[in-house]
Design a protein around this ligand. Structure first.
Ligand code: DQA
Length: 146
């Protein structure tokens, strides 16, 4: 069984009610169900969310130790967390795929969202497609593992 870690950063636990005009009205539980349904046989989805930077970093270390591919929505940490960037680099330097995802298109929003400190060390980035960003990332990480 291949386990795919799907990590979500701050405020994404409020999906469904948080700025639905930008993020839609579906919840994180809907996303988990959606990805679980999309996952092929032999692939399980381990979707987690935290508002805490240290927890996200710990989960990335776990991905390295357990050899798990990662889909990461760093949320606002995208724009300034060098600690998260360093942890992402540890994952990709270990040869594991890590795709950065965003529900919205940060480049069409406020200026501060145009910078990602994560993208430079991620395997790839998919943004602006709602839950499809995650579904495409799932197929990308599985393709990279194959
Ligand atoms: C986000 C975009 C970020 O700028 C924002 O801080 C988020 C969500 C997205 O999925 O579109 O919390 O990562």
């Amino acid at each position: 069984m291949t386990r795919v870690l799907v990590l979500n950063g701050p405020n994404l636990g409020r999906l469904g009610t948080r700025q639905p005009d930008i993020y839609g009205s579906s919840t994180l539980d809907d996303l988990r169900a959606n990805l679980t349904e999309a996952a092929p046989d032999g692939v399980s989805i381990d979707l987690r969310q935290t508002d805490d930077e240290g927890s996200l970093i710990g989960w990335l270390h776990e991905a390295v130790d357990q050899r798990m591919p990662v889909i990461l929505n760093p949320a606002a940490f995208t724009h300034y967390s060098y600690a998260l960037r360093d942890a992402v680099a540890i994952v990709t330097e270990a040869g594991l795929p890590l795709i950065e995802v965003h529900l919205s298109n940060p480049h069409s929003r406020e200026e501060f969202r145009h910078t990602s400190v994560i993208t430079g060390v991620a395997t790839g980035v998919i943004a602006g497609l709602g839950f499809d960003s995650y579904r495409l990332a799932l197929s990308a990480v599985l393709h990279r593992l194959a």
